[in-house]
Design a protein around this ligand. Structure first.
Ligand SMILES: [Zn+2]
Length: 107
């Protein structure tokens, strides 16, 4: 199923065929960028559709792949999941992400 099929399904409620999103914690234990142990913590689920720039996506994979400071609600809103879920994250990545946003503001 393509991205727009998913979006359409979300908007029009035709999501019977979409399996509920789950958040299994990934097997990784160490951040590949910072070499520190990943932690587990709760983050808020954010709803709505996001459109991140290519620049952000590039920076994210190179500098803070494990920031995980938010979770996109999208397809789980209809499945009664509470507002916060556990994710794995790297504290250094979160600092990197904050630095990235500061850089964007300084432009
Ligand atoms: Zn990291």
């Amino acid at each position: 199923m393509g991205f727009w099929d998913t979006v359409r399904a979300l908007i029009f409620g035709e999501n019977e065929g979409i399996s509920p999103c789950t958040f299994p914690l990934p097997p990784e234990t160490v951040c590949p960028v910072h070499g520190v142990d990943l932690r587990v913590g709760k983050v808020w689920i954010e709803y709505g559709l996001y459109c991140f720039s290519d620049d952000f996506v590039e920076a994210q994979s190179a500098r803070f792949p494990w920031a995980n400071s938010r979770v996109m609600g999208g397809c789980i809103i209809r499945h009664g999941v509470p507002g916060r879920v556990d994710v794995k994250y790297c504290p250094e990545c979160r600092e990197s992400e904050k630095a990235y946003w500061r850089e964007q503001q300084d432009r």
